[in-house]
Every structure is written in C-alpha cells, then in structure tokens.
Design a protein around this ligand. Structure first.
Ligand SMILES: C[S@@+](CC[C@H](N)C(=O)[O-])C[C@H]1O[C@@H](n2cnc3c(N)ncnc32)[C@H](O)[C@@H]1O
Length: 353
C-alpha cells in the first residue's frame, strides 16, 4: 500500500523484504511520444467521474493510501549527547525536510539500502525532534529513497555528459545529494534553501569537497540567481519543492533558470492536482502546518513556458518501487492507478532546455 509523504511525491508502500532499486516504468516525453505524455494526467481525467462518485472513491482510496503506520522508533538511531543535539524550531515547509531526511536515514539501515545515506542517519542522531511526527516508517522510507535515487541517477547522467557544469540543488534541506554524487572539481555545486535551513545544515552536515557553495535565500527571490555564473550547462534539481510554490512562482523560477543558462535540464518531482486537493491526508504536511499549492497533471503544459523546454521523461510515482512490493501491494497499486487522478498523483519529471 502506498502512502504519500510530505512535500514530495514519494509513494510509500508496504514492501516485501527485498529492497532492490526500482525498475520503474519510464516514459519519454519527446516529440514522438506526445500521446503518452499529453494523455497522462490531463486534468480532465479527474472529472471523468461525477463529483460525488469521484469524491467517495477518492476518499476511500485515500484513507487506504494515506494509512498511517506505527513508525519505527527514532531511538533505534541512538542519540548524540543532549548538549550536541539541535533543537528544531522550524515549521511548515521547512520542517518537512525532517521527514525526507528521516526516510533516507531509515533506508540507510536496511540490509539492501538504496541510497546508503549514512550521513542522514548521523544527522538524525544529532537532532532533537520527535521523528514519529513525520509519519515515516521503514517501508515508507523506501519510497523516499527510490524517488531520491531516480533524481540522483538523472543528475549523474547529466554530469557524465557535461564534465564542466553547474548544479543548482534547490530546496536542498538536509539532503546530502552532493556527497552521494561526489562530482569532480570541474562541477560547480550550489545548494539553496532558506537561511534558517542552511544554518542548520551547516551545523549538522559536513561540507562536500570541490567547488561547493550554499545560498541562503528563497528560490523565488530574483537576486540569488544573478550571483551564479551563467557560463556552463546547468542542471537544476529540486526535490520536494514544486508543490510548496504557487504555480506563478514555479513558472517564474523555471523561466529565470531557462533564460539565464544556455542549456541544461530541470529534474524535479511534483504532485498532481488531486494530490494537492488531498494534502491534509499527508501526516507531515498536516502536522507541520505546511500548505501545498501547485499540482501538475500534464507535464507538457510547462513546455510553453520557454522556447526549447521539453519534457523528456516522466515517472509515475505509483509505478515506482513496484519491485519491492508484495503481489497484494502491486494489485492495490493497479486498482488505485485506475481511479481518475490517482495515476498522476505524483510524478518525477526530467526536462531539457
Ligand atoms: C520536503 S522538504 C525537501 C528537502 C530536500 N529536498 C529533501 O528531499 O530532503 C521541502 C524543502 O523545501 C524548502 N523550500 C520550500 N519553499 C522554498 C523556497 N521558496 N525557497 C527555498 N526553499 C524552499 C524547505 O525549506 C524544505 O527544505
């Protein structure tokens, strides 16, 4: 069964003991495959049922989809001495980064860990926070890890093709993507998040080697991007961000990036509009007081925002991690995917510009 996590479209499922990386279905959104891409997630699909029927079906499925689990005990990580622990005062979208951090930390403890993010486990030990609030447990963590791995793999492929490149890692939270990818010194890596988040990050995580910098800013402000040299192909990776932006802010962000840099990729996850409507079912959104705004049903809609912007790949969150699921879990996913709006409740997208 799948559960949606905070600000990120991680489908969280009960899984079998195997935690092999997913062989998720991938679609190409190139010019030759517009049918797949356009057909998927059209907002109209959610309206195919009459509103009451759709609401009832969606509610029943959502109760099951967002079923809360008894979380694993955060105590299993052990704690750093009380004096070394960071008290958390963040709320809203900023606080949700603790859920994805905790997901990666739990994944790192699995025998077949997907991300091997030991740094996340070390950070969890150092944080004074009741991680049960995140609603994440071991099975849910696999969903977080599979999504992060998809974005890691796409970013790594971009860097393999572009040895001298800029990485804009937006809404980085406490994610150690730079450490996981360990890019060469010819790659300029920029982690961006709100000042309070970056301050916490500095206290909790080691700074990666190489050409690395952190920017303390909302991604929606105009100034920070002007400070980044526009001399290289650029990949912007943003996980668990788009849904917290309004559509207008998301559009302006994408336009500022695609206009400033002469070519590159955008790699990010999104909610569908149904997911945004059902946000109160997501424990960590509800419990942190965060609000989700922007849902994307049809990824090709964004192509009109910049000349040459093309959706090249999309992965449906409902199809990620199927390998890790029991036969019953897979059947549940199939049934849920048949409910209008659910198939595109979350996607991971790769654009070229
Ligand atoms: C769900 S967390 C994801 C964090 C990280 N990407 C991860 O996967 O662990 C959401 C993150 O978005 C950041 N965020 C939300 N709105 C933002 C904005 N306008 N500018 C910069 N960061 C933002 C929050 O501070 C938080 O770190």
């Amino acid at each position: 069964m799948s559960v949606w996590v905070i600000g990120a479209v991680a489908p969280l499922r009960e899984i079998t003991t195997s935690t092999r990386p997913s062989t998720a279905v991938s679609r190409t959104c190139g010019e030759n495959d517009t049918v797949n891409c356009r057909g998927r997630g059209a907002a109209g699909a959610a309206d195919a049922l009459s509103p009451p029927a759709a609401t009832t079906a969606a509610t029943a499925a959502t109760i099951s989809l967002f079923r809360t689990f008894i979380p694993d005990s955060p105590h299993s990580f052990g704690y750093a001495a009380m004096v070394d622990r960071e008290k958390i005062t963040l709320t809203g979208a900023q606080e949700t980064m603790l859920a994805t951090l905790y997901g990666r930390a739990l994944d790192s403890r699995l025998p077949a860990s997907i991300l091997h993010d030991d740094e996340a486990a070390r950070a969890v030990k150092r944080i004074d926070y009741d991680f049960r609030k995140t609603g994440i447990k071991r099975t849910s963590a696999v969903g977080v890890a599979v999504r992060a791995k998809t974005l890691d793999d796409w970013a790594a492929a971009f860097l393999a093709r572009n040895q001298e490149a800029t990485v804009l890692h937006l809404a980085c939270g406490l994610d150690t993507r730079a450490q996981r990818l360990s890019p060469p010194a010819s790659v300029r890596w920029v982690d961006v998040d709100f000042p309070e988040v970056i301050e916490l990050r500095e206290r909790l995580l080691p700074s990666p080697a190489g050409d690395y910098r952190m920017v303390r800013s909302s991604v929606t402000s105009d100034e920070w991007l002007q400070e980044i040299p526009a001399d290289r192909p650029t990949v912007a990776v943003f996980e668990g961000l788009s849904m917290y932006l309004t559509k207008d802010d998301g559009k302006r962000l994408i336009q500022r990036i695609t206009e400033r840099f002469r070519g590159g990729e955008l790699l990010f996850d999104c909610y569908g509009t149904l997911g945004v409507r059902l946000q109160k079912w997501v424990p960590a959104v509800r419990r942190t007081g965060a609000s989700l705004h922007w849902g994307i049903d049809d990824p090709t809609e964004l192509e009109a925002w910049h000349d040459g912007l093309k959706c090249r790949e999309s992965r449906n969150s409902m199809e990620l991690g199927l390998d890790q699921m029991s036969a019953l879990g897979r059947l549940n996913m199939k049934m849920l995917a048949g409910i209008p709006g659910f198939r595109t409740i979350g996607q991971i997208l790769r654009y070229e510009f």
